[in-house]
Design a protein around this ligand. Structure first.
Ligand SMILES: Cc1cc2nc3c(=O)[nH]c(=O)nc-3n(C[C@H](O)[C@H](O)[C@H](O)COP(=O)(O)O)c2cc1C
Length: 203
């Protein structure tokens, strides 16, 4: 008979998860790098894939970036509550990071993330039309001169006003670890990056 999963100590797990998320933000092929950002839109939900860009374990926050004209910005401004969902298939681990989003366009948070971002990830800010605009036909929404090419730093400046950082202040992390002899599920509650409560949930 194989062993049951050994339950982690909550504080150690919390620290480990922030290390994992920080690694994910720093490496292109980490399984936790692509997360699902969920927002509330009137009485319905909206979810989309985004890239985890930066993680601040001390503050208990993460950053992604987006086009300031995209639908998620208005949704967050109307209702900041939401979550990021991540799944690591190799480790069979799901994370739900819930909390409050804030939008940063013309402040230090946005400036620092803009500076730290590679040009390839910023090219979309030069899109002529707002993401989600109805098009007359198939259209990649990039200026002709930038199709198949990454703009240099001076060309990118024109897109700075379309750039937004979205910060999630994490209020809870729900950890689900699958295991063939029985899954485990733990909810970690955080206040400003500090673990304040942990409770085991039935998986
Ligand atoms: C692999 C992948 C990575 C993506 N990364 C981002 C991202 O980092 N930021 C972003 O705004 N959109 C990203 N997108 C596009 C979004 O999923 C979404 O289509 C777009 O942001 C518009 O969303 P909205 O209209 O709901 O605001 C990504 C899509 C995929 C498939």
């Amino acid at each position: 008979m194989t062993e049951a999963l050994v339950p982690p100590e909550p504080q150690q797990l919390c620290q480990q998860l922030f290390r994992d998320l920080a690694d994910a933000a720093a490496s292109a092929d980490h399984p936790l790098r692509l997360v699902t950002l969920s927002t509330i839109h009137d009485n319905s939900a909206r979810a989309r894939t985004v890239v985890l860009r930066q993680v601040n374990p001390d503050a208990g926050s993460v950053l992604i970036h987006t086009d300031a004209r995209s639908g998620k910005i208005e949704q967050i401004n109307r209702n900041p509550h939401g979550c990021l969902l991540a799944w690591d298939p190799a480790r069979q681990m799901q994370l739900i990071l819930s909390g409050s989003f804030s939008v940063h366009t013309a402040d230090d948070v946005a400036d620092a993330l803009w500076q730290a971002s590679p040009p390839a990830s910023l090219r979309a800010c030069l899109a002529p039309a707002a993401p989600g605009t109805v098009a007359a036909g198939p259209d990649c929404n990039l200026p002709e001169s930038l199709r198949g090419r990454i703009p240099d730093a001076s060309e990118l400046q024109a897109g700075r006003s379309n750039f937004a950082a979205i910060r999630l202040q994490i209020e809870s992390i729900e950890w689900l670890q699958l295991h063939r002899n029985g899954h485990l599920r733990l909810k970690l509650q955080l206040l400003s990056g500090r673990l304040v409560h942990a409770e085991w949930l039935m998986p």
